[in-house]
Design a protein around this ligand. Structure first.
Ligand code: HGY
Ligand code: MN
Ligand code: MN
Length: 414
């Protein structure tokens, strides 16, 4: 393996420069998918890739593909990628680290005049976060055929704007057919977004798979009432019903530990008012576990708890599952390339199952894939204080470059 070294300073500067696009006062980033901030960072990304001689194409849901030619054009590209969209109160590193580390890898190859066996490709996936348009990992899901393109384009945000309208508004509805781009393999570097690497003092997470997840939309209906004149025993309080469900979901997840998690992240009264007993509330549920059988039991227990609470409070609850992503194992040959690449630099490692979903999960359904984690300070993510160290970002990018070069060498029979 040629001893190519990435430039950690150049990567770090990129992370902080792009962090200014949608940057918030607390040092986080608000760069919702298909927003004008997303357009700005996409334009920046395209310019950087084209400056390296890459050809950038865009597909029908806005996924961006930067191609660096290799010796053998008949080989499908070896890809690196992640996402540039963020949560409403997100951080500088979630998704961005993987895209910018892939860019740093391409720059390092370019600076050293390295010709790879296969073409290399860097991907920016549309709407990984699933916050503005549900569900998450939408661009890679459409690419992998798990989500219908027409359904994706018709999704609406809270203001009723469709995905397709927003995509056109930023000028990123491309002509490449969605799913047409094939790959030899896919590698994604990402922050861990959890506490384990930091707690155990490990630099690199060798990610062997992604846990399963299920998302639900819920609606609870009771009776609007006067907060002052409606006696407690005569209320059908929808907000109270769902507030109690929050607690029950927490208990259900804890009962299936240590990996199971359950969250109500959105709880929205239809007409919030200080002096009204709420008669209509919408909410969301996020359930995850590495074992699909456990998720099946958790879902049944959540539905039973909701029915019981509704009956007790004189309300009704509907829960609709809107997304189901099964647990996935990554390809052994790609995980091995990551493990060997970490060993090349003698970085300490820990095997991880990803608690968060990632584009790599869908990519594993269409090509051999794997992920690399680096520690998140205090395990924080989806938080404006999200951060990782200069050294760990550089280590992750080095492992990414060495892993894709190892995989490429195997394709070339070396
Ligand atoms: O929800 C997730 O796990 C990802 O951050 N979108
Ligand atoms: Mn992410
Ligand atoms: Mn995220």
């Amino acid at each position: 393996m040629r001893n190519l070294k990435i430039d950690g300073r150049r990567l770090w500067d990129d992370i902080h420069d792009t962090g200014k696009i949608g940057g918030t006062a607390k040092g986080g980033v608000r760069r919702l998918t298909l927003s004008d901030e997303d357009r700005q960072v996409r334009d920046w990304f395209r310019t950087q890739c084209e400056a390296l001689g890459c050809t950038v194409t865009v597909d029908g849901v806005g996924n961006m593909f930067a191609l660096r030619p290799g010796k053998n054009p008949n080989l499908p590209p070896v890809a690196m990628g992640s996402h540039l969209d963020t949560q409403p109160s997100g951080g500088k590193f979630d998704g961005v680290l993987g895209v910018l580390s892939g860019l740093e890898a391409l720059r390092t190859l370019h600076d050293n005049g390295v010709e790879t066996e296969a073409p290399f490709m860097l991907v920016n996936w549309t709407n990984e976060e699933g916050s503005r348009f549900l569900p998450a990992v939408m661009g890679s899901g459409a690419h992998a055929g798990a989500l219908a393109v027409a359904a994706v384009l018709a999704k609406t945000d809270r203001d009723g704007v469709t995905f397709g309208t927003a995509l056109d508004a930023i000028g990123y509805r491309g002509t490449m057919p969605v799913g047409a781009q094939k790959f030899s393999a896919y590698f994604e570097l990402h922050i861990e977004q959890g506490p384990y690497l930091e707690a155990e003092g490990k630099t690199i997470g060798v990610v062997t798979g992604v846990q399963g997840m299920r998302w639900f939309n819920g609606r609870c209906t009771g009776v609007d009432g006067h907060a002052g004149a409606t006696p407690m025993h005569r209320r059908a309080d929808a907000l109270l019903t769902v507030a109690r469900l929050v607690d029950r979901i927490d208990a259900i997840a804890r009962s299936h530990g240590p990996h199971a998690v359950g969250t109500i992240g959105e709880l929205t009264p239809a007409a919030p008012s200080i002096n009204v007993v709420q008669g209509e509330v919408s909410f969301t549920i996020d359930l995850r576990d590495p074992n699909d059988a456990v998720l099946e039991v958790m879902e049944a227990e959540v539905r039973a708890a909701a029915a019981e609470l509704a009956a007790r409070n004189g309300t009704t609850i509907e829960i609709e599952r809107i997304w189901r992503a099964p647990p996935i194992p990554f390809a052994a040959e790609c995980v091995a390339a990551v493990r060997e690449a970490a060993a090349d630099s003698q970085f300490s490692t820990r095997d991880c199952i990803s608690g968060a979903s990632h584009d790599a999960a869908y990519m594993q359904s269409v090509c051999p894939s794997a992920m690399i984690f680096i520690p998140s300070a205090e395990g924080l993510s989806h938080n404006e204080l999200e951060s990782s160290s200069f050294e760990d970002c550089a280590a992750g990018a080095q492992v990414l470059l060495d892993a894709v070069l190892r995989y490429d060498a195997r394709l070339g029979g070396r």
